[in-house]
Design a protein around this ligand. Structure first.
Ligand SMILES: [Zn+2]
Length: 477
């Protein structure tokens, strides 16, 4: 197995992965604030983390991943108040929509999704430790972290604290701070807000302390990997380190991985530009989540990803090349010994794929290796060199690589199944069969455009196709 190397934001250098417990990676990933539907910028980060966990598992590690759900903070409280409902009632539909988005994009579930509101006791205990050790102080029922007490504050982001001192506006409810740079650990309750009892009176946890308390509870005071979007690097992750290490005296997370921003048509995503898409927005425009997953995979996580509808079309086209290989293999006759060229190509793709993943999760490079293989396999099919068992060997290899990519097998993706109630209405069984035989004929003529058009027409009627060696099977989605 190749040495696995990642770029560590902490220290700004590449370093080998060396888990605390051999063979097991303990990983914390900042989760969503459940006050709205997540946008595709958030989804890019969650997909990066999904491929990271899949890659680590494929490379032979056990993974223990924790992702928090921030269900109490300024935004959820404001939203619940405006809607006139309880915090739980307000956040519940957004929790559901978050998991529905993950499912639609074939994101594997983490081992745990702890919620902030059910871990307030752990957060209070952490704040108490910080007060005891002189890293925090109480003012008017709120508790603040004293940045001046932390010698290496800023080591993750490299922030210039003098800059912060000059630039920062103090929130209206934080005038009690000794120093403008100090951040809140516990907020005194305002009238009418949800609150919990604490040694400092009723209040609620600050956002940063949520992640420190929940990560250390489930992963230990020191753990292997902490991930998030680059927008959370400062102040959120910097503050997580400050709180955790000041409370325990031990190193917090050892490896910090940050995914870059997603931009849309070359511009920053923003509500005012109307380009802050959710997955639902894109599906309403007919975007296939499978193509979206592929697009996100195809750009290295430390590079900005420029989302355009043209790039989605290119992603769909790339996937069709893999689908077409499957289809052609399904119809190829097997004869004679296994092809030696194919055997070599199978070995190469596996080695190159592994090497790319081990090199700072270079999924784009891994996809490059895949397409070299697809070209090679197509050639073997075209030249009639498919030997006994070769079809299964190719399909098994694709399935193996797909444990990381989660996007290659069209049978796993129910096209158009966005929860429409009228799926399949409008086409009789005979009409479905008739279109499938026209599609089969089109594919035999290598008229893939017509074949795709028919597949799309069927998909719109809720018909799911599966191409097998015995022909095309279908069902109503
Ligand atoms: Zn966090």
């Amino acid at each position: 197995m190749p040495e696995i190397v990642f770029y560590n934001t902490l220290g700004r250098a590449r370093e080998p992965l060396a888990p605390l417990v051999a063979g097991e990676v303990r990983m914390y990933t900042c989760g969503p604030t459940v006050y709205n539907h997540v946008h595709i910028g958030n989804l890019r980060t969650f997909l990066f983390e999904d491929v990271l966990r899949r890659a680590l598992r494929w490379l032979g590690f056990a993974v223990h991943q924790v992702m928090n759900l921030t269900d109490v903070d300024d935004k959820t409280i404001a939203g619940a108040e405006k809607a006139g409902v309880s915090l739980d009632d307000y956040t519940a539909p957004f929790v559901d929509s978050f998991f529905a988005d993950l499912d639609a994009l074939h994101v594997e579930r983490a081992e745990r999704y702890p919620r902030a509101t059910t871990h307030v006791r752990e957060m209070i205990e952490l704040v108490e430790r910080l007060v005891e050790r002189g890293h925090a102080y109480v003012k008017d029922g709120s508790v603040y972290f004293r940045i001046a007490s932390d010698d290496d504050y800023g080591k993750l982001s490299g922030i210039d604290l003098d800059q912060v001192r000059r630039g920062e506006r103090v929130a209206d409810d934080e005038y009690g701070k000794d120093d403008v740079r100090d951040f809140v650990l516990w907020k005194a309750a305002k009238p009418g807000e949800p609150s919990w009892d604490s040694p400092w009176g009723p209040g609620r946890p600050g956002w940063h302390v949520e992640c420190s308390a929940m990560s250390m509870k489930y992963l230990g005071e020191t753990f292997d990997v902490h991930c998030g979007g680059v927008d959370n690097l400062f102040p959120h992750h910097e503050n997580e380190i400050a709180q955790s290490e000041s409370a325990t005296g031990a190193p917090f997370a050892r490896l910090w991985l940050h995914s870059e921003h997603l931009i849309v048509d070359g511009e920053k995503m923003s509500k005012s530009l109307g380009n802050q898409y959710t997955l639902r927005d894109l599906r309403d425009r007919g975007v296939d989540p499978r193509a979206l997953r592929y697009l996100f995979l195809s750009v290295h996580y430390r590079q900005k990803l420029n989302f355009t509808f043209r790039s989605l079309a290119a992603a769909a086209a790339a996937l069709r090349r893999v689908d077409e290989l499957r289809f052609r293999l399904a119809h190829a006759a097997e004869a004679g010994d296994p092809d030696a060229g194919l055997a070599a190509a199978l070995e190469t793709v596996r080695a190159d794929f592994a090497a790319a993943l081990a090199d700072d999760l270079n999924v784009a490079g891994a996809l490059g290796a895949l397409f070299v293989f697809v070209r090679e396999a197509n050639k073997i099919v075209e030249e009639g060199r498919v030997g006994q068992g070769d079809r299964d060997r190719v399909l098994a290899a694709l399935a193996d690589l797909d444990r990381v990519l989660g996007v290659l097998d069209p049978a796993e993706w129910k096209v158009g199944a966005a929860g429409e109630g009228d799926a399949g209405v409008g086409l009789s069984d005979e009409e479905v069969e008739e279109r499938i035989s026209r599609r089969t004929a089109a594919r035999a003529d290598r008229d893939f455009a017509e074949a795709d058009r028919l597949r799309d027409e069927l998909a719109e009627a809720g018909i799911v196709l599966e191409d097998t060696p015995q022909g095309t099977r279908w069902k109503r989605g």
